[in-house]
Design a binder for this molecule. Structure first.
Ligand code: CA
Ligand code: CA
Length: 231
């Protein structure tokens, strides 16, 4: 008379071998699957005009837009870096570019009374900006714009009237233009100019300029104006 075979599922030997096999298979799965649970090192990037370098960083005439979207202005940064638009220091984020790139006309946004409050615009080659605002020599004496331009010759002028932007442009001493570099150094002013209020600018790509429309003598009344920036 013989006992139960080890191949008999009811035998203790069969059960022991089955459990041992299950435990070994489980251990094998655990050792193989461990790496999948470890997070990949996070890599973060920052795209700013500051990364393109200061001054005329585009000596071969490549358009600012092409440089931007080709990644020329992108560099790896610590992921904890808090990237935000900082016009004064030439830092302009991708979000800023996306929101401003196609702007061709806009109303002023107050407050815009100095460089720190400037309304920002990016104006690529073959584009222009119509900017409508209002000044008063007692209540609102200046409207500032921060401009990122391409390598090109631009003309900045105040229209003779908001609905008349053909030459001759605005003359007289009610309003004038002031152009500053990104460090706040005055480059040109049309103050109290008996001639037309316009500035011809040979711009450098990726460099910030500040343009102010300033009130001189509006007699305490609001004066609407239209400013044009065009290449
Ligand atoms: Ca204003
Ligand atoms: Ca203002």
């Amino acid at each position: 008379m013989s006992g139960p075979s080890i191949y008999d599922p009811s035998s203790w030997t069969f059960r022991f071998i089955a459990w041992l096999s299950l435990l070994s298979f489980g251990a094998l799965l655990a050792s193989c699957g461990g790496d999948d649970d470890e997070p990949e090192p996070e890599v973060c990037f920052e795209t700013t005009l500051a990364n393109c370098g200061s001054g005329p960083w585009d000596p071969f005439g490549i358009a600012l837009a092409l440089a931007w979207y080709s990644g020329q202005c992108t560099e790896e940064v610590a992921c904890a870096a808090d990237v935000s638009t900082d016009i004064e220091n030439g830092i302009v984020t991708s979000d800023f570019i996306a929101s401003e790139w196609t702007t061709s006309s806009a109303d002023e946004t107050e407050p815009n009374d100095d460089a720190t409050e400037a309304n920002p615009f990016v104006i690529p080659a073959s584009s222009g900006l119509l900017y409508d605002g209002k000044l008063n020599d007692t209540t609102d004496t200046a409207d500032y714009l921060a401009l990122v331009l391409d390598t090109s010759g631009y003309t900045l002028y105040i229209c003779a009237a908001p609905n008349d932007c053909l030459q001759p442009w605005l003359t007289g001493n009610q309003l004038h233009l002031e152009l500053y570099d990104q460090n706040g150094v005055l480059l040109e002013s049309t103050e109290m100019n008996g001639g037309e209020h316009f500035i011809a600018l040979s711009a450098s790509a990726g460099v910030l300029y500040y343009l102010a429309v300033a009130a001189d003598d509006t007699g305490g009344a609001d004066m609407d104006y239209r400013l044009v920036v065009t290449d």
